[in-house]
Design a protein around this ligand. Structure first.
Ligand SMILES: Nc1ncnc2c1ncn2[C@@H]1O[C@H](COP(=O)(O)OP(=O)(O)OP(=O)(O)O)[C@@H](O)[C@H]1O
Length: 242
């Protein structure tokens, strides 16, 4: 069952989630007793200082890592105790990842890099549709080294998008980009959220980006420091670049 949250349907539900790395004296509490609900079809921004648990939070939601304690459900599935095989299927069916470092394969063209995402999905979108969407149709046969940083990030977004993900997880997607290119990438993510109804979760060090999100989560020392809703998110192009 979906869980009601105000007038929203909650997609991601964390209850008393902890994540520990290491043993004994070397234990790091990357997440400590985090309870939070993230709504469907919106943009949620995660802010917080370095080491506060942002990537860990994103990785456990995306099934790249498992939690140590608590409960985690995504799209009505309790993914807390899934084995590796089921977790892989969950990632395949639902999740697209975008990272700061675009992680494109240098020996493959734009088109071929995007094809990889297609092969990872059970219900992929058309390659041409996605190329058009990210504005890279005329560069489909180029190699990554022939592209600017912003273009490479658009290819990485296309590779995530072609999977037709319900959930798009972005870890510092504009971290390596200048203001103009960074905003263009944010506009693309906002378009995708608005047109496809994709749930977007975005980690950033740039607090200005929070203004384009409906939900802003702040992390501090592995704990949830605050959860704020924003009834009037601004268009990405109006974001104040900090
Ligand atoms: N695989 C791991 N093994 C051990 N410790 C880890 C591992 N991954 C993360 N940590 C630790 O967990 C804590 C939270 O890390 P995390 O990467 O989630 O923070 P973050 O807020 O994303 O940081 P940043 O903004 O620098 O990317 C840090 O102390 C980090 O060193």
């Amino acid at each position: 069952m979906d869980i009601e949250w105000g007038n929203e349907i909650v997609t991601i539900h964390l209850k008393n989630v902890s994540k520990r790395y290491g043993e004994g004296e070397l234990t790091v509490n990357a997440l400590h007793d985090v309870s939070v609900d993230i709504p469907k079809g919106k943009i949620t921004v995660i802010l917080g200082p370095s080491g506060s648990g942002k990537s860990t939070l994103l990785n456990v939601i995306g099934g790249l890592d498992t939690i140590s304690n608590g409960e985690l459900s995504v799209f009505q599935q309790n993914i807390t105790h899934l084995d590796e095989k089921k977790l892989t299927k969950y990632r395949k069916d639902y999740v697209g990842f975008i990272f700061q470092s675009y992680n494109l394969l240098s020996m493959l063209t734009v088109k071929e890099n995007i094809e990889i995402g297609k092969e990872l999905s059970s219900s992929p979108l058309q390659l041409d549709y996605v190329l058009e969407k990210v504005g890279m149709k005329d560069k489909a046969d180029k190699f990554p080294h022939e592209l600017s940083g912003g273009e490479q990030q658009r290819v990485a977004i296309a590779r995530a998008l072609v999977k037709n993900p319900t959930l798009l997880l972005c870890d510092e997607p504009t971290g390596a980009l200048d203001e103009e290119t960074g905003k263009a990438v944010l506009e693309l993510l906002q378009d995708i959220q608005q047109q496809e109804g994709t749930t977007v979760i975005l980690i950033t060090h740039n607090p200005g980006i929070a203004a384009m999100a409906e939900v802003v989560i702040k992390m501090k020392s592995g704990k949830l420091a605050s959860f704020e809703e924003n009834a009037n998110p601004i268009p990405a192009k109006e974001v104040k670049w900090v």
